[in-house]
Design a protein around this ligand. Structure first.
Ligand SMILES: [Zn+2]
Length: 239
């Protein structure tokens, strides 16, 4: 039998038939993999505590016959996140998003690093401000879509390059002028464009003050609508 070891984020847990659980992981060396934790209740009981979302674990698994989890060793439990309902729900959304938009067995170190940096940032700074929760979710969603190859075009109308733009077209994945706008497009202000540009291009290492987070979250309602519609558009493209 072939055994493998890698570091992995727990993305999601599915209760399968009987007592077998299927865990979805995003791993450092193999990308997303789904593994069954099979057989005796003893093994599951031993593993269970380490396999809640979000946890970074070192896993040992086999791929012969049926992908199967052998053991899991906790590396980072993110306890601050787990002890805060809103932060935990953001982490669950992050896991769900990665699970839905990645293919099995496609190694991607950038996605692995983004998961690692975002969860670390949220866990370490959570006590400073509750705003960090919304920010971390927006940051992750934007940066993740960018890594998948989807970045909104925000500098000029995608159709005619005119600078005077007031709408965002999800079909065109960019801003459009009054001439090229359609009814379903989202109105966008100059400040909202600036906020998006910041969110899609900032690195967490630059976020050393609450000020920048407060500035971004002034557009919270817009960001919620924009990112969820943009994600839907990417989903329909990928699937
Ligand atoms: Zn135009």
């Amino acid at each position: 039998m072939n055994y493998y070891t890698t570091r992995a984020f727990v993305l999601k847990k599915e209760i399968a038939e009987e007592k077998d659980n299927v865990y979805h992981f995003f791993t450092q060396d193999f990308g997303k993999i789904n593994l069954k934790a099979k057989s005796s209740r003893d093994i599951l009981a031993k593993l269970k505590g380490h396999l809640e979302v979000p946890t970074l674990v070192q896993i040992n698994f086999s791929l012969t016959y049926q992908p199967r989890l052998i053991s899991a060793l906790e590396e980072e439990p993110y306890l601050n996140i787990k002890n805060n309902d809103a932060a935990l729900s953001a982490a669950l959304r992050i896991g769900q998003l990665v699970d839905e938009l990645t293919l099995l067995n496609q190694k991607d170190l950038e996605i692995f690093t983004l998961l690692s940096e975002t969860l670390y940032f949220l866990d370490r700074n959570l006590s400073k401000s509750p705003q960090l929760i919304d920010f971390s979710w927006f940051y992750f969603e934007a940066q993740f879509l960018k890594l998948l190859g989807y970045e909104p075009f925000l500098t000029a109308c995608v159709k005619c390059a005119k600078k005077d733009v007031h709408y965002f077209s999800f079909t065109e994945r960019g801003v459009v002028c009054n001439l090229h706008y359609h009814q379903e497009d989202l109105p966008i202000t100059a400040n909202q464009r600036k906020t998006l540009q910041l969110l899609f291009n900032i690195s967490l290492r630059q976020v050393d003050t609450i000020k920048i987070i407060t500035q971004i979250l002034k557009e919270k309602r817009f960001l919620e609508e924009f990112l969820s519609r943009f994600t839907l558009r990417v989903k329909s493209d990928i699937m």
